[in-house]
Design a protein around this ligand. Structure first.
Ligand SMILES: [Zn+2]
Length: 297
């Protein structure tokens, strides 16, 4: 089942780039966006932009317009209108209802849980709602596995690896896990994302399983880091992509992705065409070369 009210019926391969709208795109974002675009286009599929804006506090409205514009300048134009998770809250509420039998209401405070790597199960028996609770999903001991197209087979045991986790927050917001599990299973056949999100996959698959949804195929590509190993992010003040040099930015992204781009000068259109035609997932190195800002100059 990969259709649901609210989005187009899905036919054929579908992929997405799903940034959170917390600031401008940087080279690390372009690498992931371009890789997901090439991967799905080479399969003859459609590519979408989804803005993961479920947390209003972390959402910067200007960033949404900025992300859309920057992708467009780089020739990465989605095949349908922008999708925003904040528009899909009814879908997440329905999922929450469907999951009720697997859930309990957790009243633990952050300080009560401090020092526990996994949720210690204090509220597992609580079945009645109160005004101040998070909703946790109960996990089990059964071993499962999934395949990542680059990393191969990955086994996990929910109770040992992530424990009962929150799917609906105390402040009445859906969690990243629940929103992303619903959208990725219902709207996309292929998920290519940064391997900083690799750990998220098993809990999200657990949710999909409990909802009876077919999971997408996954691939996690390495993320771009500074020479000291810190990930490029808005928090680490990664420099925004220079919209004046999209050709050079795309070429640089392809280099990081191990795609061996040509040295001649191409237009954005030609670069994107080249990228899709020559895309080889297996050429992506296990670790990207570190990012040095002056490389682009
Ligand atoms: Zn609790």
């Amino acid at each position: 089942m990969r259709s649901d009210s609210g989005t187009d019926q899905v036919f054929g391969p579908t992929g997405r780039f799903a940034p959170s709208p917390t600031g401008p795109l940087h080279m690390g974002s372009l690498i992931t966006a371009l890789a997901s675009y090439c991967d799905i286009k080479q399969r003859g599929g459609r590519w979408f932009l989804r803005i993961d804006d479920i947390d209003p506090v972390r959402t910067d409205r200007r960033a949404i317009a900025d992300i859309t514009r920057t992708l467009h300048v780089h020739g990465l134009t989605p095949d349908a209108d922008l999708r925003q998770q904040s528009y899909f809250v009814p879908r997440y509420e329905r999922a929450l209802q469907q999951l009720t039998e697997h859930c309990f209401y957790c009243r633990c405070s952050r300080s009560e849980l401090q020092g526990n790597k996994l949720y210690p199960g204090y509220c597992r028996a609580i079945k009645e709602k109160t005004s101040n609770h998070a909703v946790r999903i109960r996990v089990d001991q059964q071993r499962r596995s999934f395949i990542d197209a680059l990393k191969g087979d990955h086994g996990y045991v929910p109770a040992d690896d992530f424990g009962d986790f929150v799917i609906w927050r105390k402040d009445d917001l859906v969690t990243y896990h629940l929103a992303t599990a619903c959208d990725d299973a219902m709207d996309y056949s292929h998920v290519l994302r940064g391997d900083d999100l690799f750990e998220m996959t098993a809990p999200q698959l657990f949710i999909m399983e409990k909802l009876g949804l077919t999971p997408p195929e996954y691939v996690h590509i390495p993320v771009l880091t500074y020479p000291d190993g810190t990930k490029l992010s808005k928090q680490s003040r990664a420099p925004a992509l220079d919209a004046a040099t999209p050709e050079a930015n795309i070429r640089r992204a392809l280099e990081f992705l191990g795609q061996d781009p040509p040295t001649n000068i191409l237009s954005v259109r030609e670069w994107i065409h080249w990228s899709v035609k020559h895309w080889r997932l297996e050429a992506v190195p296990p670790q990207l070369k570190p990012y040095i800002a002056s490389d682009l100059a």
